[in-house]
Write a protein that binds this ligand. Structure first.
Ligand code: XMP
Length: 317
């Protein structure tokens, strides 16, 4: 069984990483993309301590984030000491174009990985940057190597890159990253943030991605989050989200039959994302969520997924 990382061990880990990064980077510059999640933010904090203003930050809005995600991270960065070397890139149109007609999830992950790297390479070249830092964690490597899925930051990377990679968290599990974040003094809203896949909503929009289905997915996800916030479940459930399936099924609206989308709700307990069990959402909460989601235009059905991991995975793709 994996031993829990203590705060003392986390502090030693941080000191060691700072030393290693200083030695490796020297006087060169490092680019880090902040997604808004805890992994990249922890890397940002470690790099800030190690190399100060040799660090350049970018937030790439892929258009595959949840409603409010980009605004939240931009606000957080602007309120912190990281704001001096920060650039925002809206690449939502590019991602959507590159993903057009792609159905296979592994292909989506790879395209997303390449698109991120392409944007980062252009940003780096303009700014004379040699190193690219990533918030890769151990399960990303494990799952990519074992062909479970290509995490965009591992299996989704091109074979040849113009960068050297810095990945200080690549030996850690999610729960350990959170302890390191705590040792760095990261605020609770980062530490308690639920995991969100690097490929974003692309892997929750099953099959071909269209702007229409992506928007329905975003709205359904917002409803779930609002209802979980209202009843205090957001703080208790390890990860929860909605998925839009690639099948259409019959529904009824204003006495007329229509063919609408199926939305799936996922809510799980987990510790390190390696195993997970469905969360027992109170029936009244589920009902309210279903009522609200079925009112969305073009949605005909909502289902709750009880599959554990294994045999399922937390995400559907
Ligand atoms: P699965 O679906 O593999 O998810 O059971 C385990 C945890 O990892 C997240 N996840 C990802 N995170 N890139 C990421 O950065 C990915 O490609 C990816 N796929 C899954 C997932 O949300 C869950 O917390």
């Amino acid at each position: 069984m994996k031993k829990n990382l203590t705060l003392g061990e986390a502090k030693k880990f941080i000191a060691l990483k700072i030393k290693e990064i200083k030695k490796e980077v020297g006087k060169k510059n490092v680019l880090l993309a902040l997604s808004g999640g805890v992994d990249s933010m922890v890397v940002g904090k470690i790099l800030e301590k190690a190399i100060g203003n040799q660090l350049m930050l970018v937030h790439i809005n892929s258009g595959l984030l949840r409603i409010g995600d980009s605004e939240w991270i931009i606000k957080k960065i602007n309120q912190s000491s990281l704001k001096t070397n920060f650039k925002y890139v809206d690449a939502s149109k590019i991602f959507l174009k590159n993903l057009k007609n792609i159905q296979d999830s592994e292909k989506k992950r790879k395209i997303i990985g390449y698109t991120f790297i392409d944007i980062l390479t252009k940003t780096a070249k303009k700014n004379g940057i040699t190193f690219l830092a990533q918030g890769t964690i151990y399960p990303d490597i494990l799952e990519s190597k074992n062909n479970i899925k290509a995490h965009h930051n591992v299996g989704g990377l091109p074979k040849k890159m113009d960068f050297k990679l810095i990945e200080p968290l690549k030996t850690l599990y999610k729960d350990e990253v959170r302890v390191v974040g705590k040792a760095l003094g990261l605020e609770d809203d980062f530490l308690n943030k639920q995991p969100f896949p690097g490929p974003g909503l692309a892997v929750r929009c099953l099959g071909k991605i269209t702007l229409e289905r992506l928007n329905i997915l975003k709205k359904s996800d917002k409803i779930l989050r609002e209802e979980f916030d209202k009843c205090g479940l957001s703080k208790k459930v390890w990860q929860f989200f909605t998925i839009i399936s690639d099948v259409k099924r019959m529904g009824i609206n204003k006495n007329k039959r229509f063919s609408g989308f199926v939305i799936i709700i996922r809510a799980v307990r987990s510790v390190d994302a390696m195993t997970a069990q469905a969360y027992e959402i109170p029936f009244n909460v589920l009902n309210t969520v279903v009522e609200r989601i079925t009112k969305l235009k073009f949605v005909s059905r909502v289902v709750y997924d009880l599959t554990p991991k294994p045999c399922g995975t937390i995400e559907w793709e």
